[in-house]
Design a protein around this ligand. Structure first.
Ligand SMILES: *[C@@H]1O[C@H](CO)[C@@H](O)[C@H](O)[C@H]1NC(C)=O
Ligand SMILES: *[C@@H]1O[C@H](CO)[C@@H](O)[C@H](O)[C@H]1NC(C)=O
Length: 191
């Protein structure tokens, strides 16, 4: 009886032992690969800035709840632009990231055009923020960039990564009398 129980326990242990070894065998190389990759590429390659923003129109008409907008941003990706959490535009890059190679320390300027009109339901808070921004002549615009990117280290090329880049911009309206210049804005990057 006792012998049988011992046998059962050791078999159980041995099964866990095997599972554990498999787990370690899988996790360690993957972890190391990620760590090495991170140490080598991460800090330098990912700094994104919006260098220029030109807002020629940003008018919200309350009679038909329509936002008429026209904005040009210089940066490098596929983007969605948000105003006070209300999405007003999608922009698809003409240049696909696949065909775009970013070598170290080379920055490739690109620009995105957000232009059109959009039916928006703004709540009271959003509407008063919009009025405030309008009188300031500077709009708080939140831009999300979606990248598809591959890193290249010597001859090895990583799989596609999809980092998320978020930019909180203060875009001066070029129509407003106040001559505020757009400040180059650094965006946050998350993988
Ligand atoms: C909304 O109303 C404004 C002002 O009356 C007008 O200029 C604009 O063309 C209208 N937009 C649409 C989409 O009807
Ligand atoms: C912004 O993009 C436009 C169009 O591509 C270009 O003509 C202009 O020089 C760019 N400005 C900066 C500051 O990169």
């Amino acid at each position: 009886m006792a012998h049988k129980q011992d046998h059962g326990t050791s078999c159980c242990c041995c099964l866990f032992g095997i599972l554990w070894k498999i787990l370690v065998a899988l996790i360690v190389p993957v972890g190391l690969a990620i760590l090495i990759f991170w140490l080598v590429v991460q800090p330098r390659s990912f700094k994104f800035h919006v260098t220029e923003a030109d807002l020629t129109q940003f008018d919200f008409y309350t009679n038909n709840n329509t936002l008429h907008y026209n904005m040009v941003l210089n940066f490098t990706a596929q983007a969605s632009a948000f105003y006070e959490d209300a999405r007003f535009a999608n922009y698809d890059m003409v240049t696909h990231m696949n065909s775009f190679r970013q070598y170290k320390k080379i920055t490739s300027p690109m620009s995105a055009v957000f232009s059109g009109q959009k039916l928006l339901m703004l709540n009271n808070e959003q509407a008063s923020k919009l009025n405030q921004d309008k009188s300031d002549g500077v709009y708080d615009i939140y831009v999300k960039l979606n990248f598809r990117i591959r890193f290249r280290l010597g001859d090895s090329i990583s799989r596609h990564l999809k980092p998320k880049v978020k930019c909180h911009l203060k875009v001066p309206s070029s129509k407003s009398g106040t001559f505020t210049l757009f400040q180059t804005t650094k965006c946050s990057v998350h993988f």
